[in-house]
Write a protein that binds this ligand. Structure first.
Ligand code: T46
Length: 133
């Protein structure tokens, strides 16, 4: 499986921290219609357990440490998001789980589509049937 990560552009300001940014289409290759973020999660919690039929997203963790488990139906991969400048592109037809390695880690997501519950596949058996049809 090819795991697509990007190094998010970051500008250090001496003594005043760092500003990181990316731009739709130019840096992430798709339009951005929605931003969401997951916070206040205790250590050890696993979320996700689904795939999307159409959605592309970039996931990044500006604070903390989160492991993203990917499964394309054939191969599996694990990606550690533990730096604010690391972005992971997750496209459609990819099963994902997210594990919080550290309490209060923040997962930020920029998504190509508006929220649509019908875009989710929440059964792994159904996911395998969907990608093999
Ligand atoms: C994904 C991973 C990385 C909304 O109402 N609007 C939204 O934009 C989103 C993303 C979710 N919701 C509702 C749906 C559920 O009632 O928020 C609740 C929690 O969503 P979910 O259980 O899907 O959360 P995660 O953390 O398992 O998955 C989320 C995204 O849903 C998913 O697209 O790829 O983060």
């Amino acid at each position: 499986m090819t795991v697509k990560t990007i190094s998010i552009k970051s500008i250090e300001t001496q003594g005043m921290g760092t500003l990181s940014f990316f731009e739709a289409e130019k840096d992430v290759g798709f339009p951005i219609r929605r931003i969401y973020y997951i916070h206040g999660v205790p250590e050890g919690i696993q979320r996700g357990g689904h795939a999307h039929k159409k959605l592309s997203q970039i996931l990044f963790c500006p604070y903390g440490s989160i492991t993203i488990l990917l499964d394309d139906g054939t191969e599996k991969a694990s990606v550690l998001l533990d730096k604010p400048d690391k972005g992971l592109i997750v496209e459609h037809n990819m099963w994902r789980d997210m594990i919080w390695n550290q309490a209060n880690s923040v997962l930020c997501v920029a998504a190509s589509e508006y929220y649509d519950p019908s875009d989710y596949i929440r059964s792994h058996d159904e996911f395998l049937r969907y990608i093999n049809k």
